[in-house]
Design a protein around this ligand. Structure first.
Ligand code: ZN
Length: 434
């Protein structure tokens, strides 16, 4: 099992907690002294930074939300002067202004190390040729993986997103062994390779370090089969740093946090009370070492579970489940809570459909309705009415069993749904238009 920093990644629980407590005290102090927003928040909550004596004292610290970041746009939450900031990233805001984050030189060092850790855990080594198919720019995915993989010693090929024909040509000619992309783009590249007449033997690909959007185990299986590679998932978000917050090891039994740099908690999203280890809830993270943009108890809106049981890989840091969906992404259809990932799992398990799908939301009166469009593998089925009918019913019934919901299903022609080079946009929301 490859480690990038074995000493840090295999500390005992007692050592991890000692490091976390020391760093928690430091980050709360730093926020209090340098960020007016936190100074006011902590005063209002009656939290004296010097009185953080145990990790459990974190419960007295108020949460930070995406709205807090937005309210302090662009740099109001920075804890260092701009002269010490050496990099800016931003996440695309769905409404208006983006979320701007900053890094000091030391923040970039830590970031590269944590990405190197997850890539080593995924099986990457200095011998790998790593092709980064994420769009370069303000988005943290591309540059985050770029510097982390360089730190690990890989030969990095920064192709960025799009231009699939050129991606595949370079992948073949340079002998790329690791692909870094969104799961949906990795799948699309496999389809394109087939169409362009490449054979599996043309490529030396062995690893997929995929991220930046959710990936069900079923989609992962399809990608592994299509490319003949081993795929791991990782987790991060620009507010927290970018990729590198947690990642799967080769055993794929949860995503290991970098607990010496992040303190994760799970809370009930409705009551905001702590949830015991092993129970699902919203992931809340405190950044322990970030200098430019520290966050105290940041509500990620991602739903997951945490276990602190040591892993058979030797890593002792807590593991989170793959996120089952963001609390923001949850759809409420006729009173039933539905996560798009549940629908994906169902569709990926039906072999006659290609794994590409689209969810259409509409509003009828006061309720939301969901229609599911699913792409066929084989277009000849479109001419066989009774078989088409049977398959439609099969998809419908499988969705009904999993979701507890009747939703209309339409089978559409192979390759008729849009493909994406970045995050897939599978939800078409017509609720304001109907
Ligand atoms: Zn492990």
């Amino acid at each position: 099992m490859g480690f990038f920093n074995k000493e840090a990644e295999t500390m005992s629980r007692g050592e991890i907690e000692a490091v976390q407590l020391e760093r928690l005290r430091q980050v709360v102090r730093r926020c209090y002294d340098n960020v007016p927003f936190y100074h006011k928040r902590l005063d209002e909550a009656g939290v004296d930074p010097d009185r953080i004596r145990a990790l459990s004292d974190i419960q007295y610290i108020p949460y930070t939300t995406k709205e807090d970041i937005r309210d302090n746009y662009p740099c109001g939450l920075f804890a260092v002067p701009k002269s010490q900031v050496v990099r800016i990233h931003a996440s695309s805001g769905t409404t208006g202004k983006p979320t701007v984050v900053g890094y000091t030189q030391n923040d970039l060092e830590v970031w590269s190390e944590l990405v190197a850790r997850i890539c080593a855990a995924a099986g990457a080594t200095a011998d790998d040729v790593a092709q980064i198919c994420f769009g370069y720019g303000l988005f943290t995915g591309a540059l985050g993986l770029h510097y982390g993989l360089e730190k690990l010693g890989c030969m990095v090929v920064p192709t960025s997103s799009g231009n699939t024909e050129r991606q595949l040509m370079l992948m073949k000619d340079l002998g790329t062994t690791a692909v870094i992309a969104t799961p949906s783009y990795a799948m699309y590249m496999a389809e394109s390779a087939r169409e362009l007449g490449y054979a599996k033997g043309d490529f030396q690909l062995r690893l997929g370090i995929l991220g930046s959007e959710g990936c069900t185990p079923e989609l992962r299986d399809k990608i592994e089969e299509a490319w003949g590679i081993f795929v791991t998932d990782n987790y991060g978000m620009s507010e927290l740093m970018g990729p590198g917050v947690s990642g799967e090891c080769e055993l794929r039994c949860g995503l290991h946090f970098a607990e010496d740099h992040f303190l994760p908690e799970i809370v009930n999203p409705a009551t905001l009370e702590a949830v015991p280890d092993g129970q699902p809830g919203e992931l809340v993270i405190t950044t322990l070492t970030k200098e430019a943009f520290p966050l105290l108890r940041y509500r990620t809106k991602d739903i997951t579970r945490i276990t602190k049981e040591p892993c058979a890989c030797g890593r002792t840091h807590a593991r989170m489940d793959k996120t089952t969906g963001r609390s923001d992404d949850m759809l409420k259809i006729r009173g039933v809570n539905v996560f798009p990932s549940q629908i994906e799992s169902v569709i990926m398990n039906i072999k006659e459909v290609a794994g590409h799908y689209q969810l259409v939301l509409r509003r009828q009166g006061y309720t939301d309705t969901l229609e599911v469009n699913v792409e066929l593998v084989d277009n000849t089925l479109l001419e066989k009415y009774s078989e088409l009918e049977k398959l439609t019913q099969k998809v419908h019934d499988a969705l009904k069993v999993t979701l507890g919901l009747d939703c209309p299903v339409t089978l559409v022609q192979s390759k008729s749904l849009e493909r994406f080079a970045g995050k897939a946009k599978r939800i078409v929301d017509l609720r304001d238009k109907s």
